[in-house]
Design a binder for this molecule. Structure first.
Ligand code: NAP
Length: 321
């Protein structure tokens, strides 16, 4: 019987499904040596939120497929997996809408100061009717710049254009004609997007090219009234530069779901800033979506081990070989 290593707790029905196809060994990724030892005689692996390095796969000669319970695959060295003939599967689409909801809640919460003012009410400060000191800024009718308009960016663009009457700009390496036709999105260079957007929303994957895509210079080129939203990966933004920009008022505020170090350290200056909404990486974190992702990843893994997986493959070259 085939052996699968799971380094993330799985819903009961998903675990039962996998057990119909293989012996499932559940490991705690924090127990590094046990985890690596389990990979050595496994045929497949499933999990998320843990960096899987080439060193961890040395001697894992039976390993045929890894399945991440996420759409992002920056935790893997894809070229190394391909060299080893290991298929990498991921879970696009099932999390697109719930992640776009998270992005939009960051936009609204940052602009309308929802978290800050809800805390203010709970602290007993609402003694008189509110005034300009509690006002926010409009979202509807403003310009949203999406850096990386793919699946999630497209779902954000739909909410923005059709729900909030926003003008949508985007940067991609290639055009997205569907978003242009459906939401009037206009493709511009990053410089123009940064200079003209009221909300700059990052939805690119984390790659060597997108690491620190937004640094001090980019923040400086944004409007002073602009709000930065990041629900991609923490490292797409130079966090030290962002902290400085928020402290100095270079930009108006930020809504962040992801950070360079997660969990966000308790002494992060971001936690002291009133113009920051910080969430604990909840992009896709609804009961429904997390269940669908686990199910999808399990099905991807079983199909990959059977040699029948045709979709959701990161490194198609392995299938061709
Ligand atoms: P996707 O459909 O592949 O979209 C990514 C977009 O980024 C594409 O339009 C792509 O267009 C663009 N892009 C890639 N490299 C670029 C570059 N160097 N410069 C400019 N644009 C670039 O992926 P998705 O499903 O929307 O997911 C996007 C990312 O969101 C994931 O990789 C993941 O890191 C993150 N995510 C976060 C959460 C969360 O919990 N916060 C949840 C889900 C996903 P081109 O290829 O034409 O450049």
């Amino acid at each position: 019987m085939k052996k699968i290593v799971a380094w993330k707790p799985l819903p009961e029905d998903v675990l039962a499904y996998l057990q119909q196809h293989a012996q499932v060994v559940q490991v705690d990724a924090a127990q590094h040596d046990t985890f690596v030892a389990a990979l050595k005689d496994a045929d497949g692996g499933i999990g998320s939120s843990v960096k899987i390095t080439p060193a961890m796969l040395e001697g894992a000669t039976r390993l045929k497929a890894l399945s991440t319970i996420s759409v992002g695959f920056d935790q893997f060295d894809v070229a190394d997996l391909t060299r080893r003939g290991i298929v990498l599967a991921h879970t696009p689409d099932v999390l697109t809408e719930s992640t776009a909801d998270t992005v939009f809640s960051l936009i609204l919460a940052s602009a309308r100061r929802v978290v800050e003012l809800a805390d203010w009410v709970k602290a007993g400060h609402w003694q008189h009717s509110i005034g300009p000191a509690q006002f926010g800024v409009d979202v509807q009718g403003k310009t949203l710049g999406i850096v990386g308009l793919g699946r999630i960016g497209g779902a954000v663009a739909r909410r923005a254009a059709l729900g909030f009457n926003m003008k949508v700009l985007y940067t991609n390496r290639s055009a997205n004609p569907q978003a242009e036709a459906a939401y009037g999105a206009r493709r511009v260079g990053l410089a123009e997007l940064l200079a003209t957007s009221d909300f700059v929303c990052l939805q690119v994957p984390l790659t060597a090219e997108t690491k620190h895509l937004i640094g001090a210079a980019e923040l400086k080129s944004m409007k002073k009234s602009a709000i930065l939203i990041n629900a991609s990966r923490g490292a797409t933004v130079d966090e030290a530069a962002l902290i400085e920009a928020l402290q100095k008022g270079t930009i108006h505020g930020a809504g962040l779901d992801v950070f360079e170090t997660e969990p966000l350290p308790a002494d992060s200056p971001l936690l002291k800033l009133a113009n920051v909404v910080a969430l604990p990486h909840i992009g896709s974190a609804t009961h429904e979506t997390r269940h669908a992702m686990a199910r999808n990843a399990a099905e991807n893994l079983v199909a990959a081990l059977d040699g029948t997986l045709a979709v959701n493959v990161v490194n198609r070259e392995v299938l061709a070989a």
